[in-house]
Write a protein that binds this ligand. Structure first.
Ligand code: ADP
Ligand code: MG
Length: 250
């Protein structure tokens, strides 16, 4: 069953065409990594998927809810039920954590469930404690982001993304801001989500991790999907652009 389907997505910033006719789909339980050079459009793609960016054309379907671009895109989707559904069904984990600095860990996690999903505080906090327990952060519930290490911050942001029981999680370079010794603890969490059958799209430069964890890997270059295939085939690709990119990691 398809959890995410993207058809002919186009996105420009002024005259810069950043996403040129992107189509892809992700089925339930699948883990898809997206790799590619800086500036190839990976973050923009993830941001378009839950409408942190407006799209110029194309169609995005998450778990049966579809958004198409229209001339009045901004007006049409600004407060629409379909956008709310898509936001609730997707979780996004950013490179720089993006925690609310003035809220403690517990409130970072319960904010969206309470204010977006309309879940009671009691229920939202119970779920938050359950997630903190799973992620080994129970003693950090009352801490503020500045009191956390990078690895702890990223685990809190993963807990926050999981709080709405999303159908799919998007990670945008989740370990790029971390020291090597903290990277492992975040990768371990992602592995544990795999064992729970979480559907995930992961933008990463951690090539060996991507190879190990992914069912499929997508190589993006200059706003297009150059290859969308198995890790094995990607790492043995005959494509010149793919080889040139992967060559940088040896
Ligand atoms: P990646 O994540 O693969 O490094 P990005 O999606 O961040 O790539 O960026 C793709 C291109 O779009 C880059 O040239 C970047 O400068 C440009 N870009 C990204 N966001 C904006 C924006 N808000 N306004 C203008 N240009 C942007
Ligand atoms: Mg990026």
């Amino acid at each position: 069953m398809s959890v995410l389907s993207v058809k002919n997505l186009q996105k420009s910033f002024d005259n810069l065409r950043v996403l040129k006719d992107i189509s892809l789909s992700v089925t339930s339980g699948e883990i898809v990594s997206i790799i590619g050079s800086s500036g190839s459009g990976k973050s923009t793609l993830l941001r378009c998927l839950n409408r942190l960016e407006l799209i110029d054309s194309g169609e995005i379907t998450v778990d049966g809810d579809t958004m198409v671009s229209t001339e009045n895109d901004k007006v049409k989707y600004a407060e629409s039920p379909v956008l709310k559904q898509i936001r609730m069904k997707t979780g996004l984990v950013f490179q720089n954590f993006n925690l609310f600095p003035h809220y403690n860990v517990l409130r970072n996690i319960t904010e969206a469930p309470i204010h977006v999903a309309g879940i009671s505080r009691t229920e939202a906090e119970a779920k938050a404690y359950e997630l903190l327990d799973k992620l080994g952060l129970t003693d950090k519930a009352e801490s503020f982001p500045y009191q956390l290490s990078g690895g702890q911050s990223q685990r809190v942001s993963i807990a926050r993304a999981l709080a709405l029981n999303p159908k799919i999680l998007f990670f945008d370079e989740p370990t790029s801001a971390l020291d090597p010794e903290l990277t492992g603890e975040v990768l371990k969490v992602i592995r544990s989500l795999k064992s729970l059958n979480m559907t995930m799209v992961i933008v990463t430069h951690e090539m060996s991790f991507a190879r190990e964890i992914s069912n499929r890997m997508i190589f993006m270059d200059e706003g297009v999907i150059v290859e969308d295939t198995t890790p094995e085939e990607l790492f043995n690709s005959a494509n010149e652009r793919t080889k040139a990119f992967l060559g940088k990691f040896h």
